[in-house]
Ligand binder design. Structure first.
Ligand code: SAH
Length: 225
């Protein structure tokens, strides 16, 4: 079973996405285990302090290396981890390719930053991979970590049923997904494309490929090859 350990100063910010829908089912089916660690539990001082002022001055607190090191060290004595990931806006942009790769690899630690981020020595010495979810800055790494974990977990074999198959989703073949329709076939004269009601599987597949191609060329020429 794959295990993800998420380290954060505000674990309550990230727990709810794991308590619903597909991810919840994956946990219940014991395909994946997710554990949350409150960094404050690893603080060495009485005030449970995990951040401090920046050397050299400047606004914003920086997360200290000691509690992070202690937490990661403890986890590593118990099992091996494929990657120790830091969520950060200056990391590698999360893509479907990265999610695919991480979904088949093994145990992961995901570190969420806060404030100004973590002491650079954490990044230099403890982290093996840095991931951003986009070119914008959020106040903490919890939402990015939830996004990363969701993108990975839904790809683990056995998590999605037929009704939500990941293979037909956008980005799997450098393509966007085709448009989809459901009942009613006619809503106030807005009709579903006839071909989808024809029952002709081969023709429907052809239509879907054509539409996916059209959509990709129009919306994302950058991924089209
Ligand atoms: N001072 C940092 C930003 C810190 S934001 C900088 O300018 O680069 C605080 C924390 O939120 C970060 O440590 C990171 O864990 C998280 N975070 C913010 N935006 C993010 C993004 N786009 N992707 C991933 N993590 C992000």
């Amino acid at each position: 079973m794959v295990r993800i350990d998420i380290i954060s100063v505000l674990p309550e910010l990230i727990e709810s996405p794991f308590n619903a829908s597909i991810i919840k089912r994956a946990i219940e089916k014991k395909i994946i285990e997710v554990h949350f660690h409150n960094l404050k539990d690893y603080a060495s001082n009485k005030r449970k302090q995990v951040d401090d002022y920046q050397f050299g001055g400047g606004s914003g607190m920086v997360m200290m290396i000691e509690p992070i090191n202690k937490c990661i060290d403890l986890l590593k004595t118990k099992r091996s981890y494929k990657e120790i990931i830091y969520m950060t806006p200056d990391g590698n942009m999360l893509t479907q390719k990265i999610a695919n790769k991480l979904s088949i690899e093994g145990n992961l630690i995901v570190l969420c930053g806060h404030y100004k981020g973590v002491d650079q020595r954490v990044r230099d010495e403890l982290i093996t991979m840095e991931i951003s979810i986009g070119d914008y800055v959020l106040s903490g790494g919890e939402l990015p970590a939830a996004v990363l974990c969701d993108s990975i977990i839904r790809l683990i074999p056995g998590v999605l049923g037929d009704e939500t198959s990941a293979l037909s989703d956008s980005f799997q073949d450098d393509m966007l997904a085709p448009p989809v329709y459901t009942r009613p076939a006619n809503f106030e004269n807005l009709e579903v494309p006839k071909i989808l009601l024809s029952g002709n599987k081969a023709k429907i597949e052809e239509w879907r490929e054509e539409k996916a191609l059209e959509r990709t060329k129009k919306m994302r020429p950058d991924i089209f090859n």
